[in-house]
Design a protein around this ligand. Structure first.
Ligand code: ZN
Length: 216
């Protein structure tokens, strides 16, 4: 494992532990990956305690999914991670969680509309729900990429959520904020009819999001 892979690996483990400790997943649920250079992806292994995970448990892949380094089985959601990296050059890190309120919306198959100005800058627009695909399948990977578009997150029908962005710190924040937004939306729906943001704010927010997204 070279220096850069080790550095990214340590950050993946820190991110995965915080994902668990923040309650975005339970047990060994979810997965985290990040780009190493331009043509490799480092990903968490399948079914392993995040608290016991060490650098040598991570799996280094090429963009076709071939294992370059690592003894363990890569996360079962490997196809979904790779498909997103192959579709989106701007993406350097991915987190997949089963956070509660986002999963409620995913079960209802109800998209999460932009609720605040901040939401637009962060996610680029409505977070759609990808059509159902079996966990770990190519079908799920394809459906997720299709529903993700150029935005920073997508919900997976009857499953959970995926966030993608420029760094591990970035995607962890996206996953946490998305969960809070989903909680606000679900709670608002219980009491009444949530108001939409003004059209102009949505338009301008999407423009700002695209500018930030295309920055190196
Ligand atoms: Zn999952």
């Amino acid at each position: 494992m070279d220096e850069e892979t080790r550095r990214v690996g340590l950050e993946i483990i820190r991110t995965a532990r915080e994902m668990l400790q923040s309650g975005l997943v339970e047990g060994t649920e979810g997965n985290v990956s990040a780009k190493v250079g331009d043509d490799r992806v480092l990903i968490t292994p399948t079914s392993m305690s995040y608290m016991e995970m060490a650098l040598e448990d991570l799996v280094l892949l090429d963009l076709n999914g071939n294992v370059l380094e690592g003894k363990r089985q890569p996360s079962s959601e490997k196809p979904m991670h790779l498909k997103v990296y192959n579709a989106r050059e701007d993406v350097r890190a991915i987190i997949h969680t089963h956070s509660l309120y986002a999963s409620v919306l995913a079960v209802l198959r109800k998209p999460l509309p932009p609720l605040t100005d901040e939401f637009m800058f962060k996610y680029g627009g409505t977070i759609e729900v990808a059509e159902y695909g079996l966990t770990g399948s190519e079908e799920l990977a394809e459906n997720a990429v299709k529903a993700l578009g150029n935005r920073a997150a997508v919900m997976l029908a009857n499953h959970g959520v995926l966030c993608c962005g420029k760094s591990l710190a970035h995607v962890l924040e996206l996953a946490k904020v998305l969960e809070r937004m989903a909680k606000i939306y679900v709670t608002a729906l219980m009491i009444g009819e949530p108001h939409q943001l003004p059209e102009k704010v949505i338009r301008d927010g999407a423009t700002v999001y695209e500018i930030i997204r295309k920055m190196k």
